[in-house]
Write a protein that binds this ligand. Structure first.
Ligand code: NAD
Ligand code: TYD
Length: 348
């Protein structure tokens, strides 16, 4: 039986990965390690918490002694590492928190895996989940490929770039069997309402301003989170060691166009007169160092592993909006802060 450690499984993408692995692989023992920071919410995975192959471990990847002991106790066969500080705006306010979790935390996991597996790397795998933001910003043309040089601009992307380099270095220096993916912006259910799409859905529901940074002419390449989870599953099982794969939806949107589409769909869903939500758009001071454009060339993962997104953006956005409207309690618990009590109620 395989013992798999998934870090950050109470977060947005991690919860989708944990759910997928718990449901699809009953022979695996899945250990979800999460510090439950503001972004960690056990309500995200309450549907699978009673499965016999699921185990939750509360802990901080920055705590070296704790990580070493965890690996000694469980001798994991595979690691999917998603735990991170993930929000660019927060990284501008507190860069050191990003260095601690994203760089030191990743180092602790790499060291623990290396020390645990040193005599035998057979059927072992360290999978590092990263972002396309490590490549920096594109101009009007071109796409990020796996060979695009790293050129991070925000403290978030610099910390993720640093962790990516350490993962590669452990592969080269110690032979650690790793795979690495760099993915574009995700959207979908259980997304913390500080990122563009869930924040704006929440604000539209509550008739609050929609703060568009700068002129809104920034471009992101959006991918439905369940398609990302499917890609992660595929790379974990079929990717080649020491390889990087870019994951993206071939789905570029200027922020302002996306926001207008969101407003239009929300007006329809909420039975409001067309144009009502657009009136909430407020142009605000730009984010410092704001990357102009991200866009992924996902042809390698498509050609080599056969992955492609399963939904169009219109379908994914519709599913996402429906989920938020049907799960207003989740949204209320997150915005009121009461989601923090869930661990106490279930695990203490
Ligand atoms: P998230 O912020 O929603 O979740 C992060 C999770 O990690 C939370 O559950 C949090 O409690 C946990 N965590 C944070 N610090 C920790 C620590 N020190 N120890 C243990 N757990 C800790 O993030 P996300 O959006 O789900 O992103 C997951 C991963 O995917 C990250 O590595 C991120 O860089 C990467 N990624 C995200 C996107 C995106 O669009 N969200 C795109 C590409 C890559
Ligand atoms: P975000 O969801 O924070 O993801 P990232 O910065 O990792 O791409 O932001 C997506 C885009 O939306 C980005 O160009 C910044 C912009 N944005 C706004 O205009 N207003 C907001 O309130 C937020 C959170 C983001």
């Amino acid at each position: 039986m395989k013992k798999i450690l998934i870090t950050g499984g109470a977060g947005f993408i991690g919860s989708h990965v944990v759910r997928r692995f718990v449901n699809r692989y009953p022979d695996y023992q899945i250990f979800n390690l999460d510090a439950l920071t503001y972004a960690g919410n056990l309500e995200n995975i309450k549907d699978i918490e009673d499965h016999p192959n699921y185990h939750f471990v509360k802990g901080d990847i920055v705590d070296e002694a704790f990580i070493n002991e965890l690996f000694l106790n469980y001798n994991f066969d595979g690691i999917l590492h998603l735990a991170a500080e993930s929000h660019v705006d927060r990284s501008i306010e507190d860069p050191l928190a990003f260095v601690k979790t994203n760089v030191i935390g990743t180092m602790n996991l790499l060291n623990a895996a290396k020390n645990q597996w040193k005599d035998d790397f057979t059927n072992k795998r360290f999978y590092h989940i990263s972002t396309d933001e490590v490549y920096g910003s594109l101009g009007a043309e071109g796409l990020f490929t796996e060979t695009t040089p790293y050129d991070p601009n925000s403290p978030y992307s610099a910390s993720k770039a640093s962790s990516d380099h350490f993962v590669r270095a452990y592969g080269e220096t110690y032979g650690l069997p790793y795979v690495l993916t760099n993915c574009s912006n995700n959207y979908g259910s259980y997304h913390f309402p500080e990122k563009l799409i869930p924040l704006f859905i929440n604000n539209i529901i509550n008739n609050k301003p929609l703060p568009v940074y700068g002129d809104g002419n920034y471009t992101r390449d959006w991918l439905f989170v369940e398609d990302h989870a499917a890609a992660i599953d595929l790379v974990f099982h079929e990717g080649k060691n020491h390889e990087t794969y870019n994951i993206g939806g071939f789905n570029e949107w200027k922020n302002i166009d996306l926001v207008k589409l969101l407003c239009q769909i929300m007006d329809e869903k909420l039975g409001r007169t067309s144009g009502t939500s657009q009136e909430l758009i407020t142009y605000v001071k730009d984010r410092p160092g704001h990357d102009l454009r991200y866009a992924i060339d996902a042809s390698k993962i498509n050609k080599e592993l056969g992955w492609k997104p399963s939904v169009t953006f219109e379908e994914g956005l519709e599913k996402t909006i429906n989920w938020y409207l049907e799960n207003e309690e989740w949204l209320q618990n997150v915005t009121s802060g009461s989601y923090k009590d869930y661990y106490q109620k279930q695990y203490s």
